[in-house]
Write a new protein. Structure first.
Length: 572
């Protein structure tokens, strides 16, 4: 009898679980069709031949019907002056004139591709103003001149006049300039390339969004500053005109996404003077939605369900939108939000059927992959058959170990048929019938999943502990807490990571916010000073401990110790 006990326990567990789910769904009945969440589909992933060179911070585009990767940095965080195009099932390497890491690439109506700017030195330092053109007919690059301003982390978009609007910067001043290629005045049919500075900007941005408007105008917006700081503004800027107030931005802000391609999010029709784009936005709670941008009119695009922020127990981090106008679909890219601590992550594509919107909103479907070993570091591209392609990226979320892998995500051009979706109560019935035949297998699958999940949590915890050790070490050795203006971004720059990684790590490992964490060091330092010299001036104590003023020092000291400095000193 004892040999059957584990099986009986597993059977009872599965039956109780299924009866509970089935009862709830049967009470809802057919109405559950209206209450179900966004459809979830596992998509096929095909790994294509690896690139010749590992890359991150590069540009990916189609030119002359060929897939091209250009620039970026390779192993060791070193910029590479090379590009590659994919033909006959393999990659062919080309030599560029300059390096372009974290730069601009614009595929123009002429068929040529403008590449400009980028980081000047290894490990992401400086900016450049060099520019060149790629000709897909000859597979050659030609350097021709300089932008008006050194730039990295900029954006570019061609407007109807054939000019390219360029704006945005990284750790350098921003501003708007135009690139154009025109016939030489010599009359010899040669072309002349030039950059013209247009005007300064009200807000300094990195990787801003640029959207075309009628009259060769453009709208410029974004919430990432030139030093990675977060901007909150209810205004957008124009190429030709004054800044405009955007009411939607009181509640929703553009989603920060480096390396996006705004031309790819166009869903309008130039022939009808329809300049409409899609833009991912986010509210103060972190919820993501889709906005429709048409000139200076920016409003939410209603969707049949809220944009899912979790999948299979993982939070999702979204980035940029790529539109497939032939199919009337738009795809929002995403990946697991814990990509900086997990060796493998799932990738997501939220497909938005924007042309079949009903009273309940546009149908959406979330596609997901099995975990992959690469974190995306640049925008995906749309293939001719409606699938999405990712080339390069980061291994272990490190700029020093870029990837040479290339993946094809198969989403195709078939929108989900809402009427064909099987309702949840029917699925529950089918599962119950199948469970009677496979209850033993189900029990061991659940047990195995529990073990795998526990193992995964252990790996995440180990990575967080390692990062926390680095944070503590640099805080103690460099005494960063003595800087009264210390910010998350400063710590991120020192450790070579970003603010969110550090904030999440400190919160998970200590239960404190970044400010609380820093203040514990400041208070400990103040205690040491008070012990060493009880007669020392309070002004000297709080200043040397990193506090900006006496009020903040007294408030923080009492919050941490429960006593004033004088009370603490009398009891120590």
């Amino acid at each position: 009898m004892c040999n059957f006990v584990p099986m009986n326990k597993g059977l009872r567990f599965c039956l109780i679980l299924l009866v509970s789910v089935l009862s709830r769904q049967l009470m809802v009945g057919q109405d559950s069709i209206q209450l179900r969440q966004c459809p979830l589909i596992k998509m096929g992933v095909e790994q294509l031949p690896d690139m010749n060179i590992s890359r991150s911070g590069h540009q990916v585009f189609y030119a002359g019907g060929e897939l091209v990767v250009a620039g970026g940095h390779t192993n060791g965080y070193v910029p590479t002056p090379t590009a590659e195009y994919f033909k006959d099932g393999k990659w062919h390497t080309m030599q560029m004139t300059y390096t372009h890491d974290f730069a601009i690439s614009v595929v123009m109506k002429s068929g040529k591709v403008l590449l400009a700017g980028g980081l000047e030195q290894p490990t992401g330092i400086g900016q450049t103003l060099f520019a060149e053109l790629y000709d897909p007919l000859t597979h050659t690059f030609k350097g021709f001149g300089n932008m008006q301003r050194k730039r990295a982390g900029a954006s570019g978009l061609e407007i109807d006049s054939g000019q390219v609007v360029i704006t945005g910067n990284w750790y350098n001043d921003d501003g708007i300039e135009l690139f154009q290629e025109e016939q030489s005045e010599k009359g010899d049919h040669s072309l002349r390339q030039s950059f013209t500075y247009v005007k300064d900007v009200a807000l300094q941005r990195s990787c801003p969004h640029i959207f075309r408007m009628m009259g060769n105008d453009a709208l410029i917006l974004g919430n990432c500053g030139t030093r990675g700081d977060t901007l909150r503004s209810t205004y957008a800027e124009r190429l030709r005109g004054d800044s405009v107030y955007i009411p939607l931005f009181k509640t929703w802000q553009p989603l920060s996404a480096g390396g996006h391609n705004d031309a790819a999010s166009f869903i309008g029709d130039e022939a009808k003077n329809d300049y409409t784009y899609l833009l991912p936005v986010q509210d103060s709670t972190g919820q993501v939605a889709i906005a429709r941008v048409c000139g200076t009119d920016i409003s939410l695009l209603p969707t049949a369900y809220p944009v899912p922020m979790e999948c299979l127990g993982k939070k999702i981090c979204y980035s940029s939108i790529i539109a497939d106008r032939q199919a009337g679909l738009a795809h929002l890219m995403g990946c697991d939000a814990d990509y900086y601590t997990s060796p493998k992550i799932r990738h997501y594509i939220l497909s938005i059927d924007y042309v079949h919107s009903t009273n309940s909103g546009a149908p959406i479907t979330l596609y997901y992959t099995d975990p992959l070993p690469v974190v995306p570091s640049c925008s995906h591209v749309l293939t001719s058959d409606g699938n999405l392609l990712m080339a390069g990226g980061l291994i272990n979320s490190s700029n020093f170990t870029p990837s040479k892998h290339v993946y094809l995500f198969r989403v195709g051009r078939e929108p989900v048929d809402e009427q064909a979706c099987v309702s949840l109560w029917l699925v529950s019935l089918l599962i119950l019938a199948a469970l009677l035949l496979v209850c033993t297998i189900a029990y061991f699958v659940i047990y195995r999943k529990r073990r795998v999940a526990t193992s995964g949590m252990s790996e995440v915890s180990d990575a967080a502990k390692t990062l926390m050790e680095r944070i503590n070490k640099v805080m103690e050795e460099q005494k960063l807490y003595q800087n009264s203006e210390l910010k998350l971004q400063d710590m991120a720059a020192i450790l070579g990571t970003n603010r969110r990684f550090i904030s999440d790590c400190i919160n998970s490992q200590t239960g404190c916010s970044f400010a609380q964490y820093v203040n514990t060091y400041r208070i400990e330092h103040a205690k040491r000073l008070l012990r060493q010299n009880a007669g020392q001036k309070i002004a000297d104590v709080y200043y040397e401990s990193g506090f900006a003023n006496e009020t903040t020092f007294f408030r923080t000291f009492k919050s941490v110790t429960g006593m004033t400095p004088k009370e603490w000193l009398s009891k120590s």
